[in-house]
Ligand binder design. Structure first.
Ligand code: NAP
Length: 296
């Protein structure tokens, strides 16, 4: 929640029809003045229109949660991926620099190659292994080149009520089928959209830091462990499910994946804790809340 001495900000959010953007718009509307743009209202691909629409708007903060997020589609659509995930964010960063507004840009754990086995820090080299990751990494660089006070927030495995994600697909299947499987050799941290909104809240103001910052719930797991925990929560809260356990498959067995996926992309949040004194809660708690509040 907003603290009593937190000033009311004018916040503009791009990607307000998406999983994260919709949650940010809803959470911040309670305490700030929020204007959201969906894809239909403002197209990132139209760079001149982006500039001419946003430059006259009276916002203190612009949050870009819009992106081309389909990892496999990006692999086959390089130009579109770079236009939306790298060039458009640069334009947004420039507009904010010129206006003296804060710019917060959402990025991804997929900027890493996944070779580490301990959480990635903001200082670790980002060496993407997919076109999606590459386009997002170039976006980060261009944003910070254009506007050194911009804040680039990397998040991982985002889930929430505004658009289905991996966990919803698994639970949908588990409702009617006894056998469900998920990848057991790929690791990161599920991160709940209202938790991202809460973590980001103290960093919305102009005085807060710029640069790159990781935001994620605590702990780590494989997709299989994530799915099993969500299923266990359903059973605990009395949500009817046919499946009881989630079987294991390997990443290599996922024949329908086009892009390469990094196998380990846990984002360390020590920098966030140092800056704010706050520690993200464990993903177990976040998933349990989601199941209780949106499936029961
Ligand atoms: N989902 C994850 O697990 C995850 C993990 C790490 C990082 N992230 C990052 O988190 C951010 C938010 O992702 P999300 O999970 O909320 O994904 P999402 O639900 O796909 O949201 C992306 C939003 O961008 C919009 N968009 C796409 N093309 C656009 C265009 N040309 N012009 C304007 N808007 C456009 C989409 O609108 P339409 O759907 O109507 O096209 C959608 O509202 C992204 O930067 C993503 O890279 C996500």
């Amino acid at each position: 929640m907003q603290s009593s001495n937190e000033p009311k900000l004018k916040i503009t959010i791009l990607g307000a029809g998406g999983r994260l953007g919709a949650a940010l718009a809803r959470e911040y509307a309670a305490t700030h003045e929020v204007v959201g743009f969906s894809h239909a209202q403002l197209d990132l691909a139209e760079l001149d229109a982006l500039r001419s629409t946003l430059a006259p708007l009276p916002f203190d903060v612009l949050i870009n949660a819009a992106a081309l997020t389909n990892v496999d589609y990006c692999e086959d659509h390089r130009d579109e991926a770079f236009r939306l995930n790298a060039e458009a964010p640069r334009v947004l960063a420039e507009v904010c620099r010129e206006k003296g507004s804060r710019f917060i840009h959402i990025s991804t754990d997929y900027v890493f190659d996944g070779a580490k086995r301990t959480p990635y820090t903001e200082e670790d080299p980002a060496e993407p292994i997919s076109l999606y990751g590459e386009s997002k990494r170039v976006g980060e660089i261009q944003v910070l080149d254009a506007n050194e006070r911009a804040l680039v927030i990397r998040v991982s495995w985002v889930f929430g009520p505004d658009r289905p994600s991996f966990v919803d697909a698994i639970l949908k299947k588990a409702r009617t089928e006894k056998e469900v499987v998920a990848v057991a050799d790929k690791f990161s941290t599920p991160t709940y959209t209202p938790d991202i909104a809460a973590m980001l809240r103290p960093l919305l103001g102009q005085g807060a830091i710029g640069g790159i910052l990781h935001l994620a719930n605590g702990g780590e797991c494989s997709w299989q462990e994530y799915a099993q925990w969500a299923l266990d929560c359903c059973h605990r809260f009395g949500v009817p499910m046919e499946a009881k356990t989630v079987g294991a498959v390997s990443l290599g067995e996922m024949q329908n994946f086009i892009a390469r996926r990094p196998v380990y992309t846990v984002l360390g949040t020590e920098k966030y804790a140092r800056l704010t004194g706050a520690f993200p809660r464990h993903w177990h708690e976040a998933v349990a809340d989601y199941v209780r509040d949106h499936y029961r």
